[in-house]
Design a binder for this molecule. Structure first.
Ligand code: DAH
Length: 334
């Protein structure tokens, strides 16, 4: 019996030592729970030792009972302490991981740019809106009527050769200029009218440094009573000086457009050279008649200019193709 008592005491002592060092070494809450089950679980080591108590004498039992309670309490206290420590460490680790370092440099998001063509269109529109014009637009796929006929360019008229055209098989076409917007607007509105119409236009041109089959124009049209060439001239002068930020020398050269009479081309002196920048004229009475305006009462002027031309002059761009190439090394300069 005594050996048995001694044996249990030793076993309890060994268990306590082993458990204490195991608890001290454990690093995770999960590992700690495994230890608890190993020592205190129903099939755990402590239960196994206590099961042997039945073999002890009645006098020895209380002694072993209190001894095992002591061991159990001591280990339980260490388990609890360790669990607390581990939980605290876990929370601290979480907090440290979630800390926001407000001194860290941010992630730079590159800003986009307005494309030089759009920038030029915006600038032109701003100037004319400032002069009281309304922005108007029209379709890029046009009929022969709006693109040519209503603009006083009948079939077989030689002026058609000035604008080599992309036709669809059904007879419609890609508009060759923004002038059809004049007709569409006048059909719907009564004078006085003042419009500025930006848009994309198409011609069968061979692409090179100064030509593109797709380009952009801005059209202006003003029709009211008592409008003369002097109004046209003053408007163009005001536009050019706002566009270039200075009063550049400007010259009107007699020219020909079927939809204006008289017609002129305008050159500006820029960096010592004369540059042609736009076509213009007094709206031909035939055009006014076509849309139902009485040319005896109303007169008007119109002008059309190439946006690429202005963009290239203003930004000193040497090749029109750069405007369409989406090359960021080029675009980032604007
Ligand atoms: N539509 C002409 C072209 O594309 C430009 C033009 C000239 C427009 C004279 C006008 C104008 O409104 O009056 O070549």
């Amino acid at each position: 019996m005594t050996t048995s008592l001694k044996q249990i005491e030793t076993e309890l002592e060994t268990l306590q030592q082993e458990a204490e060092s195991a608890i001290a070494q454990i690093k995770t809450l999960e590992g700690l729970e495994d230890l608890r089950i190993l020592y205190f679980g129903k099939k755990g080591q402590l239960s196994q030792i206590l099961r042997a108590m039945g073999k002890l004498s009645v006098e020895d039992r209380p002694h072993v009972g209190s001894l095992s309670n002591e061991v159990k309490d001591a280990l339980q206290a260490q388990l609890d302490q360790k669990r607390n420590d581990l939980q605290l460490a876990k929370i601290e680790a979480q907090l440290a991981a979630e800390t926001l370092d407000v001194t860290m440099p941010g992630v730079g998001r590159p800003l986009g740019h307005i494309h030089p063509l759009n920038g030029t269109i915006d600038k032109i529109l701003d100037i004319f809106v400032g002069l009281g014009y309304t922005v108007a637009t029209g379709p890029q796929v046009e009929t022969d009527y709006y693109n040519f006929e209503a603009l006083n360019i009948p079939p077989d008229h030689p002026a058609r050769d000035m604008q080599d055209t992309f036709f669809f098989s059904d007879g419609r076409l890609l508009r060759t200029h923004t002038s059809p917007v004049q007709i569409r607007y006048m059909e719907k509105q009564q004078p006085p009218i003042k419009i500025v119409a930006p848009g994309r236009v198409y011609r069968r041109d061979t692409v090179d440094a100064t030509h593109s089959a797709v380009f952009h124009q801005v059209e202006i049209l003003l029709v009211a009573q008592g409008i003369s060439f002097a109004h046209l001239r003053g408007t163009i002068k005001a536009f050019i000086s706002q566009m270039f930020g200075e009063d550049l020398p400007i010259r009107f050269r007699a020219s020909y457009f079927p939809f204006t009479e008289p017609s002129a081309e305008v050159d500006i002196q820029w960096k010592g050279k004369w540059l042609e920048v736009l076509g213009c004229g007094m709206v031909d009475p035939n055009v006014l008649k076509t849309v139902g305006y009485d040319p005896e009462i109303y007169t008007g002027f119109a002008a059309g200019f190439g946006v690429e031309r202005f963009a290239m002059v203003l930004h000193q761009i040497d090749d029109i193709r750069r405007l369409y190439s989406s090359d960021l090394r080029f675009l980032n300069q604007f």
